[in-house]
Design a protein around this ligand. Structure first.
Ligand code: HEC
Length: 106
């Protein structure tokens, strides 16, 4: 009986832990931000969105978090394809949140 209880407890904790880990990382607010800003109107993230621009799921293998952050606030005139707007009106914290999130997707 004791063994069964500890197996059940382990299974329960294993199932629970990733959920706790994800919410601790704060992926919820960042997903809301990405949705509100309309990034997926041009980009794909985990198979959802548009393919007008690059798939952002793998962007962390191309750019560092700092480069992504810089890219977000860059003047559109400096972009190769200039139809991505500048997100310089976001706070530094918001840009960091998005950049860290995207960087850690790969
Ligand atoms: C209107 C379309 C559009 C929207 C909206 C848009 N992007 Fe982009 N994005 C682009 C285009 C086009 C490029 C390629 C720019 C270039 O080549 O210089 C790009 C490039 C990027 C890159 C560099 C990707 C790489 O592989 O080098 C990142 C990171 C990025 N976008 C993030 C975002 C985020 C985050 C948002 C939302 C806050 C967003 N984009 C919204 C069109 C868009």
């Amino acid at each position: 009986m004791k063994v069964i209880t500890s197996i059940l407890l382990t299974l329960f904790l294993c199932g629970l832990f990733p959920v706790v880990a994800i919410s601790a990382k704060g992926s919820e607010p960042v997903m809301n931000l990405i949705r509100e800003l309309g990034c997926k109107g041009c980009h794909m993230i985990y198979g959802k969105g548009s393919s007008l621009a690059t798939d952002l799921t793998e962007v962390g293998s191309r750019l560092t978090a700092a480069q992504i952050e810089e890219f977000l606030s860059a003047d559109p005139a400096t972009r190769t394809k200039d139809f991505m707007p500048s997100y310089s009106s976001l706070s530094r914290e918001e840009r960091q949140l998005i950049s860290e999130y995207l960087y850690n997707l790969h």
